[in-house]
Design a binder for this molecule. Structure first.
Ligand SMILES: Nc1ncnc2c1ncn2[C@@H]1O[C@H](COP(=O)(O)OP(=O)(O)OP(=O)(O)O)[C@@H](O)[C@H]1O
Ligand SMILES: N[C@@H](CCO)C(=O)O
Length: 321
């Protein structure tokens, strides 16, 4: 559940008075999500999402995230649009936390995506990469090689509590990734967390992308590797090559991949599997028992990492040369 910070009606009304958002009719906390506190507001104008940014989001990064949503939305990508206050600022404060109002996107996320949905996600991801061109702010990826090393340093001593032998296995994996991580691939703004719960569909049509709070500048095709990891494996841990093929074809229908990007896919998939393994492991070891948030299973990503380690060629993901 993700309402870490509670709000009261008096403060909320005072907050809303800083916007042209209409009169407050009702509000309720949204249980989904793990990072921030989200509320759905009904006003005499349009419905809105109120987000209170919690501890893992750096306040100094918020102009990047909110500015990016504005930039992408202006370029025709369907994503939430931050509402400016009457003084033009996109960011305010409520209950002692940085807070923003963003437009409500219709749709819901798919619990059981099929290959056709993966194709749409691939195409939408590529459209996002193109729409991100020209965005003037930059943000390095805090969760790339260096960030993984930092989180690992805080977790490695207890890793074997989760599975015997992990300390050695992940230490070796980080060394391989540091040595072989690609350096000269096309880069730009990436979403960096485009999991199924961050993509909305209306029926079978993709209606929008949400949750840009890990967005950053990095290798574009690394973003595709994140989507292959989060959309194209089945619950039993098996890679679904039909979904992978559809996703890559969808991506390439908008932004064809270069030979160098294709060649790098297996190592990028290893990196992105490790990224979610490490953040989940850290949360697993540090979230206090009894916290309201549902902890995500790090071992799901360990399995995926092991799968990618055995991949020798991008064709094993369904890519047809
Ligand atoms: N613009 C929006 N329109 C409609 N619903 C939204 C919007 N933004 C967020 N939500 C709702 O709030 C939920 C949580 O949002 P979000 O994924 O951004 O939270 P989070 O705490 O950053 O989560 P996580 O990083 O775990 O995905 C979404 O699943 C969705 O139900
Ligand atoms: N998508 C991430 C969590 C939040 O960003 C995960 O599944 O580990």
């Amino acid at each position: 559940m993700a309402v870490y910070t509670d709000i009261n009606e008096i403060d909320l009304k005072a907050f809303l008075a800083q916007y042209d958002a209409g009169e407050l009719l009702s509000y309720k906390g949204i249980a989904e999500g793990v990072e921030n506190s989200n509320f759905l507001l009904h006003t005499s104008n349009a419905p809105l999402i109120l987000t209170l940014y919690e501890k893992r989001v750096e306040k100094s990064d918020l102009p990047f995230f909110l500015g990016l949503m504005h930039h992408l939305s202006e370029r025709g990508l369907n994503c939430p649009l931050p509402l400016p206050r009457k003084d033009g600022e996109l960011l305010g404060e409520l209950s002692g936390r940085p807070a923003a109002l963003i437009s409500f996107l219709e749709g819901m996320w798919l619990r059981k995506p099929e290959a056709q949905h993966c194709r749409e996600v691939g195409a939408a991801l590529a459209r996002m990469h193109i729409a991100g061109e020209g965005f003037e702010l930059t943000r390095p990826n805090a969760l790339s090689l260096e960030g993984w090393q930092m989180l690992w340093a805080k977790s490695e001593a207890r890793a074997d509590e989760v599975e015997e032998g992990l300390e050695a296995e992940i230490g070796a994996e980080l060394d391989v990734l540091a040595t072989h991580w690609p350096k000269d691939l096309p880069a730009g703004v990436i979403h960096a967390d485009l999991f199924p719960d961050n993509v909305f569909f209306l029926g079978d049509s993709l209606s929008g992308l949400i949750d840009f709070y890990f967005a950053c500048n990095d290798i574009l095709v690394y973003d595709l590797s994140i989507c292959l990891n989060s959309w194209c494996f089945e619950k039993d841990g098996a890679y679904n090559i039909t979904k992978g093929k559809a996703m890559i074809e969808g991506y390439q229908s908008v932004r064809p991949l270069s030979a160098a990007e294709i060649e790098a896919l297996p190592i990028l998939c290893r990196g992105s599997a490790l990224r979610f393994f490490i953040t989940r492991l850290y949360d697993w070891l540090t979230t206090p028992a009894g916290a309201l948030v549902v902890k995500k299973d790090p071992l799901e990503y360990l399995k995926k990492l092991r799968f990618h380690r055995a991949v020798t060629n991008a064709s094993e993901y369904g890519l047809i040369a």
